[in-house]
Design a protein around this ligand. Structure first.
Ligand code: SAT
Ligand code: MN
Length: 584
């Protein structure tokens, strides 16, 4: 196969001259092609077939032990001006960036096949969909891209018709962290990634295209590309309200998107439209309409179970690729949290007989890849070209202290401030220390493809473009007491918070004004049938003025890094909140 698009053809040939693959394979996305790939990988040992009775169509992949998470320190935005990348990104000049990686790509595919993977991000017929082509020497990447995007012939036809596509070049190289780079060239709509086979580093449609490059494009074109889930909450009246929510990686986005309300919430249902990324455009009605650019789920396995996320648990029972989970002697996948006690004779994520002294059996960032269509609560709106209208946006993270369970911003501008000042404890989704608080504006810190100061200006500017923007909230499911116990039960019970959010977005719901925003009035969060003390509820819904005053210092110091790219109104929010906090 080849293509009528000369630019694509030339680029494939040019790349082959540099990387020297033995073969070139143009992916059509068919079932047959996938079977061939899977067979090749199982024969070659990079995939292990799981028990066909209990996990039909499922496979396990073990990555290189040094290649298990995104590597933010090796991720670059290459722009002509350093200020355009901003203090939130590692930067290189485009010429330098190309030079740095091209030497590594030289002959990197020798002995391997180069796969040409055309893909669409978004429903294929959506006017908001975007196209890309990933050239990769990893069949594992191809199999994952087939699940995560609309990949194959239909995508190629779209590319040929429009002529526009993001170019993504990926090679495993020698998998050495010393020779690993994830380079973005937004001015050329190009990505070059080498030395890693891991999710966000290697499935280029995801974070590299749908967030870093798309955010750059979205700013130019007046829309938003965000690290947000999209969920529909159906209320007993049958109406469905769509929410978008941004949390840093591994902070429960997947669980929230698939929430199952407790029995006492009769008539409530949650529909999943997306669990990681939202592209939002202003509709004719002045509202923000969101599509999910992805087609699959790339979720964290540990902690996923019938009890915590029955929808995900059911979804990953078939046709799923597991990465870096443990293996039972019956050929089933296993991870911490799947069952209370680990089964006997486990093989750990590195293929060794598991002994507790070696640490967890499954890697803390082990993952499952599966088509969203298998979700019991799959929303058919996921295929809707126009997307869904968003009523409310949620920002949040993991905060053991400080942030209350929920609060509402006063208006759009204040909501942008709330998102911009969000912080969270770090998780295993990225290499580096786990559990330290870092600012993660809009959960986009690792994914914003340009200067965050400009990004906030762009967010603020949406007010001029849209007459009916969503209401903005902040949530924190992870508040702890002094003994380190979680105060809020989380999971399905989070519907209680969503209920208040939906009421507020409709202009109802009881609230009290505080310096940081509207807090739920006492009793406004439905706690019927919930085993929670009045004291716990109170600490979840009150703010400590002294702690918040310190937080304002931290926020201001963070904002200072953005110099004159920081929109002035952000400092005004800090000032106002400070003054109100000091008034008691
Ligand atoms: O590996 S990914 O970047 O796709 C997952 C995540 O960190 O959110
Ligand atoms: Mn994510």
């Amino acid at each position: 196969m080849t293509t009528s698009n000369a630019e694509l053809r030339d680029w494939v040939e040019e790349t082959a001259r540099m990387t020297k693959p033995d073969r070139i394979h143009w992916c059509d996305g068919s079932e047959l092609e996938n079977e061939d790939l899977i067979r090749e990988m199982t024969n070659g040992g990079t995939l292990i077939k799981l028990n066909d009775q209990t996990y039909p169509g499922c496979h396990l992949h073990r990555s290189d032990p040094t290649d298990v998470a995104r590597t933010e320190h090796l991720t670059y935005i290459c722009t002509t001006n350093q200020d355009d990348a901003g203090p939130n990104n590692n930067w290189m000049r485009p010429e330098e960036g190309h030079k740095q990686v091209n030497t590594l790509f030289e002959g990197s595919m020798a002995g391997r096949t180069m796969y040409v993977v055309p893909y669409v991000m978004g429903p294929v017929e959506s006017p908001h969909a975007r196209y890309g082509v990933e050239l990769t020497d990893s069949p594992y990447v191809v199999a994952n891209m087939r699940i995560m995007t609309r990949m194959g012939t239909a995508a190629l036809r779209k590319i040929e018709a429009s002529g526009e596509f993001v170019r993504g070049l990926h090679s495993l190289g020698d998998l050495s962290p010393e020779r690993r780079f994830i380079m973005h060239f937004p001015e050329e709509m190009m990505i070059k990634s080498i030395g890693s086979g891991y999710g966000g580093n290697a499935l280029l449609g995801k974070k590299c295209h749908a967030l870093r490059l798309a955010s750059w494009q979205a700013r130019k074109e007046g829309w938003l590309a965000e690290h947000m889930l999209i969920m529909g909450v159906e209320t007993p009246s049958g109406e469905i309200f769509y929410l978008a929510a941004a949390f840093p990686s591994a902070c429960g986005k997947t669980n929230l998107a698939m929430l199952i309300p407790p029995d006492s919430f009769e008539g409530y249902r949650v529909w999943t439209v997306g669990e990681d990324i939202a592209w939002m455009h202003v509709g004719d009605d002045g509202r923000l309409w969101a599509i999910n650019p992805e087609a699959g789920l790339f979720g964290v396995a540990p902690g996923t179970s019938q009890a915590t996320n029955a929808n995900a648990a059911a979804t990953i029972q078939q046709n799923t690729i597991f990465t870096n989970v443990a293996l039972t002697e019956d050929g089933n996948p296993w991870w911490e949290g799947l069952s209370e006690n680990p089964p006997e004779n486990l093989t750990d994520w590195q293929g060794r007989k598991w002994v507790p002294s070696n640490g967890p059996a499954a890697h803390p960032n082990s993952r499952f890849t599966v088509t969203a269509r298998q979700l019991p609560n799959w929303s058919e709106k996921m295929e809707e070209p126009a997307g869904v209208p968003i009523s409310a946006m949620l920002f949040g993270g993991r905060r053991a202290s400080l942030a209350p369970l929920v609060y509402q911003s006063f208006d759009w501008s204040h909501g942008v401030f709330v998102g911009a000042s969000a912080a969270s404890e770090t998780t295993a989704a990225s290499t580096g220390q786990v559990g330290v608080v870092r600012r993660d504006p809009m959960a986009m810190l690792p994914f914003c493809g340009y200067n965050m100061g400009d990004y906030w200006s762009h967010w603020l500017g949406m007010e001029k473009k849209a007459s009916n923007l969503p209401k903005i909230f902040h949530v924190n499911w992870f508040r702890q007491n002094s003994a380190g116990q979680y105060l809020w039960p989380g999971f399905g019970e989070n519907i209680r918070v969503l209920q208040w959010i939906i009421e507020r977005a409709q202009g109802g719901g009881e609230a009290v004004k505080s310096p940081i925003g509207y807090l739920p009035a006492p009793g406004a969060i439905n706690s019927d049938g919930l085993d929670i003390s009045a004291e716990a509820m109170q600490s979840l819904l009150t703010i400590d003025h002294k702690e918040w005053a310190e937080e304002m210092d931290g926020i201001e110091a963070y904002f200072d890094k953005f110099g004159d790219r920081l929109p002035a109104v952000m400092r005004e929010h800090v000032q106002r909140i400070r003054e109100e906090l000091s008034q008691g």
